[in-house]
Design a protein around this ligand. Structure first.
Ligand SMILES: *Cc1c(COP(=O)(O)O)cnc(C)c1O
Length: 391
């Protein structure tokens, strides 16, 4: 049995998105910037996709800019916030310790440009505290960027409260909502969100395409020079088939959100109940304030890499953290941020489900995982020391 349980890294493309894209790749080849009919047909469909994405976020079409994905939208948001701040001599940015690297590494870049960065602590429940944000805001704070739902542990941040504080204090608020869009109801205006990043391949759309929402009235910095596309802010011929595929996938995800979440949550809860019965195991992050699909565990005395290999041999695709950090031997910055000790952070496992998973697949994971952990612990000197310590 093959079980794909790595939906936080990427999802399978939906049939509807694939069909639409096929049709666009074949027939809708015009350049939306062309004045002739073939080009204008592409432009019409492109703007239809923009309206559709905007409506599903509670935004206006002119507030949506298409990008190459979540990483680009994150880079753009921070760049926009930093450049606007610099004009007013505000060079302080607040974010959190457990952001995606697309945010953290971009912040490092702006730090080298003379910005001061404050990273909010994340508590052991995987949440930042709004009151700590309020206390960190200064007169020279240009931007706050807090992830909507964490991609490794799935915890959902108090976004509306954070947005409210920022709006009241006159500070721009960006959220990396890549894991949330298509999975949680979002309304950018009701939640006081000024800028938001999303990515199609996290909700069964194609890879290499995403969107950046920037509230109207905010003077948005140009991201790419060279043409009038995307209101002159992001030049380059639009990725028309992918953008239309993304809009289709988002429409579908939002239409089925409630029923899909119910199904996915039930599977995740069964998995969590079974895996936390393994001795010296734990679920990381808040038990309830989390995405329906993501569950992250620590198993003392083992290495995540070995665990992933043995799971793969049993047909189970999972991850030990984020896809972006795998390949490095450093433990996850997210787990360290919520206070998991180094040794334990090495033994982490992220299982991320989607509505395409089945209860039988979950049963398969539950049937093989405890044996794999026992086997790895049997070979682990760390585990032997832990056991001796316990006696
Ligand atoms: C996947 C992901 C990204 C990166 O999105 P890409 O489209 O792959 O560039 C950024 N932030 C979060 C939270 C993610 O999960």
């Amino acid at each position: 049995m093959k079980v794909y349980a790595d939906n936080a890294a990427t999802t399978a493309i939906s049939e509807a998105a694939l069909d639409t894209m096929n049709e666009c790749l074949r027939d809708l080849y015009g350049n939306p910037s062309s004045v002739h009919g073939v080009g204008q047909e592409a432009a019409r469909r492109l703007e239809g996709a923009r309206s559709s994405v905007a409506a599903l976020l509670g935004a206006e079409p002119r507030e949506i800019y298409f990008t190459s994905g979540g990483t680009e939208a994150d880079n753009w948001a921070i760049r926009a916030g930093a450049l606007l701040g610099a004009q007013k001599n505000k060079k302080h940015i607040i974010s959190s310790r457990f952001e995606h690297h697309a945010v953290l590494h971009t912040l490092r870049l702006w730090e080298k440009q003379g910005f001061e960065i404050t990273l909010l602590d994340v508590h052991s429940d995987g949440l930042v505290r709004p009151e700590e944000l309020a206390a960190a805001i200064r007169d020279d704070t240009a931007l706050v960027s807090v992830i909507y739902a964490n991609n490794e542990i799935g915890t959902i941040q108090p976004v509306e409260e954070i947005g409210g504080i920022c709006r009241e204090r006159g500070v721009l608020f960006h959220t990396d909502a890549v894991q949330a869009v298509g999975h949680l109801p979002i309304d950018v205006h009701a939640q006081f969100i000024d800028m938001l990043s999303l990515s199609a391949h996290k909700f069964h759309g194609p890879k290499g395409v995403g969107a950046f929402y920037c509230r109207k009235g905010i003077p948005l910095a140009v991201f790419m020079e060279g043409g009038a596309q995307e209101r002159g802010k992001r030049a380059g011929t639009e990725n028309v088939p992918s953008i239309i595929g993304m809009a289709e996938a988002l429409k579908e995800s939002c239409a089925h959100m409630r029923e899909d979440n119910k199904k996915v949550e039930a599977m995740r809860d069964k998995l969590t109940a079974a895996l936390t019965r393994i001795p010296r195991s734990r679920l990381n992050g808040h038990p309830d304030l989390r995405l329906p699909g993501i569950a992250n565990f620590c198993f003392s005395g083992i290495e995540g890499e070995g665990l992933l290999l043995l799971l793969d041999q049993n047909g189970i695709c999972a991850s030990s953290g984020s896809a972006c950090t795998s390949g490095s031997l450093d433990p996850s910055h997210v787990l360290l941020a919520i206070g998991i000790p180094h040794e334990e952070a090495h033994g982490s496992l992220r299982l991320s489900l989607s509505a395409l998973n089945t209860p039988e697949e979950v049963d398969h994971i539950i049937s093989v995982l405890p044996g794999i952990i026992e086997k790895l612990r049997g070979m682990s000197p760390v585990w032997q020391r832990l056991e001796q310590g316990a006696k």
